[in-house]
Design a protein around this ligand. Structure first.
Ligand code: BDR
Ligand code: CA
Length: 313
């Protein structure tokens, strides 16, 4: 069945690769629109980067909306140290000629969810959960109509990446994440435990580059740029690849393994702020609220990604 999705994102090199993977898979995925959120860099840059990625993919028809420019309650934390000053450093992508829509991204989300049949829309969240948290707070009735939220965020066995225990997307807006995880919407979580297995090794990046198309070259340049920080930090052969796990899960769920568990978000203590407290061993008795992807087949993942990127200009 073809899935209708909205991508909520802060592109970001790995977000960009996720968007390209979705656009390269039109038989399975119908991208209705993209909503930007403040995260890796401030909102205006993320909007511009979303437009750039659509032009790169030859898909200027996909509408882009600007969502929230700051977290619900906390000060915005950004990650230029990973993604560069533009948020999408690496390839030399031209200034976009397409423009964003004028409707606010949160209102777009609410309208789309209300005007689609219950269960019909999947939301793929690749950045802080501010837009979704805001939409659920503003129109709580949409919770029953969202088919699924598939999100990149959190981590448990792997620990955190922005603090010792918190992953960036959840840390930036833990209050929004808390709303989402308590919403009752079916949730699939692609955490650091999974994305750290998907190492973008030199051989895997070369395969993508040797596709010979402009998307392959751009992905090579993007990931070669964003890798440098993680390679130094982790000392591994390749850096983790986060956000494309969300789209790959939609395309080939059999590449991944996980279990239904309860995840509760830390919103009180500064020490552990944004931690995804994952009851993986079922010790609390708290009701399951998500499917938590713990591991995946990295070779299969890169085979899928490479084959799909080959279909783009
Ligand atoms: C997440 O944070 C961002 O920097 C990446 O784009 C990804 O969504 C990983 O922690
Ligand atoms: Ca992201």
């Amino acid at each position: 069945m073809k899935r209708k999705i909205i991508i909520d994102t802060d592109p970001g090199q790995d977000d960009a690769v996720a968007i390209l993977l979705a656009l390269a898979s039109p038989d399975e995925i119908d991208v209705q629109g993209i909503v930007a959120v403040a995260g890796n860099v401030p909102l205006a840059l993320n909007v511009k980067n979303a437009l750039r990625v659509l032009e790169l993919a030859g898909r200027p028809d996909v509408p882009v909306y600007a969502g929230c420019e700051r977290p619900l309650r906390r000060r915005l934390v950004t990650a230029e140290h990973v993604h560069g000053d533009t948020g999408l450093d690496g390839p030399d992508l031209p200034e976009p000629s397409i423009r964003p829509q004028t409707q606010h991204g949160v209102d777009y989300l609410i309208d789309m969810i209300k005007t689609h049949a219950p269960g019909e829309l999947t939301i793929c969240a690749l950045g802080p959960l501010t837009n979704l948290g805001m939409a659920l707070a503003k129109a709580p009735e949409i919770a029953k109509r969202i088919g699924e939220i598939v999100l990149m965020g959190g981590g448990y066995f792997e620990g955190g990446n922005i603090t010792p225990v918190a992953e960036f997307n959840i840390y930036v807006d833990p209050d929004a994440a808390d709303i989402v995880f308590r919403s009752g919407v079916p949730i699939v979580v692609a955490p650091l435990d999974l994305s750290h297995m998907m190492q973008a090794t030199p051989a895997r990046l070369q395969r993508i580059r040797s596709l010979g198309n402009r998307a392959g070259q751009a992905v090579f340049e993007m990931l070669s740029f964003s890798e440098r920080f993680d390679l130094k930090k982790y000392g591994t052969e390749g850096a983790p690849l986060h956000d494309p796990c969300v789209i790959a899960y939609l395309l080939q769920p059999n590449l991944f393994e996980g279990r239904r568990i309860n995840v509760t978000i830390e919103t009180g203590s500064e020490l552990t702020m944004g931690m995804t407290v994952a009851d993986y061993w079922g010790v609390t008795g708290r009701a399951h609220n998500c499917f938590f992807l713990r591991s995946g087949d990295a070779e299969g993942f890169y085979d899928l990604l490479t084959a799909r990127l080959a279909k783009l200009p």
